[in-house]
Design a protein. Structure first.
Length: 272
């Protein structure tokens, strides 16, 4: 598996990436024709994907606010953070407490370029170009060591990213979760969610489509039971593991996921 120095920094406009497709669904401008075309094809089978992406973003923002306000955590490690948009993790958390530190991790070179440009004036925030599966490399990175104190509680975010990596005994989602958790102090929180479907035909189509579209940079759409495995050993916070638009909505009229051919499913787990 490539290290940070070995990861390509070349941006290929002709090969869609999950980060740029997500950016398009959120109404961003940091995407290319190939990304938009892939989204159009995906929408033919799973038409609720734009709403799903928007609801996932709102879930992330609500969860970060809850972590900062209710649990007082002041350091965040965000894996697979994606392209900067409005109300990023550091902006939400720093509105609660200005001394919050955030490290973003992503393997997409476009994220690195835009993220570092955005954050260059903020000494409490950094972007690392790394594969989320390289836990030791991420934790040993100078920016992580500068900003994150693992003797204190940390909020570790795996928001809508595990479907981007395949199953593996050493580098699959469960192995990554266990590696990261072994470094966390009591009081830490892990946010985890991913694309799931209880329909085997949807799982097969989307997995094959995304694997082909991204030229192998994909894992699979999973089932709810897979997500529950990642939270083993953690205290799942209320309201449990759910479709994320229903996780502590701000109001009763908050946007909801209207169709369920696939959904973002997950929640927060507290390490006691």
């Amino acid at each position: 598996m490539p290290t940070e120095n070995q990861l390509s920094t070349k941006i290929d406009e002709n090969v869609p990436t999950a980060a740029r497709m997500y950016d398009h669904y959120l109404g961003g401008k940091d995407n290319y024709a190939a990304d938009r075309a892939a989204c159009e094809e995906l929408d033919k089978v799973v038409p609720s994907t734009r709403r799903l992406a928007l609801n996932n973003r709102r879930f992330l923002q609500r969860a970060v606010r809850v972590i900062a306000e209710e649990y007082g955590i002041r350091q965040f490690l965000d894996h697979g953070s994606g392209l900067p948009t409005q109300d990023n993790v550091h902006q939400v958390a720093q509105r609660v407490s200005s001394d919050t530190r955030v490290v973003y991790v992503d393997n997409d070179p476009m994220v690195l370029v835009h993220g570092r440009a955005l954050l260059q004036q903020d000494e409490r925030t950094a972007v690392i170009h790394a594969d989320m599966r390289r836990t030791d490399e991420i934790l040993a990175h100078p920016d992580t060591k500068r900003l994150i104190d693992f003797s204190e509680p940390v909020a570790v975010l795996f928001n809508s990213v595990f479907h981007c990596i395949p199953d593996s005994d050493t580098d699959g989602p469960l192995a990554v979760v266990e590696r990261v958790r072994s470094h966390l102090a009591p009081g830490s929180i892990m946010l985890m969610c991913q694309l799931v479907s209880e329909d085997p035909e949807v799982r097969e189509f989307v997995t094959n489509f995304m694997d082909q579209a991204t030229q192998g940079h994909w894992g699979r759409v999973r089932e709810q039971k897979d997500v529950y495995e990642w939270f083993d050993g953690l205290e799942i916070l209320e309201p449990g593991l759910v479709e994320v638009s229903t996780w502590r909505p701000d109001t009763e009229v908050a946007p909801r996921q209207l169709t369920h051919e696939w959904v973002e499913f997950g929640g927060l787990g507290l390490l006691r």
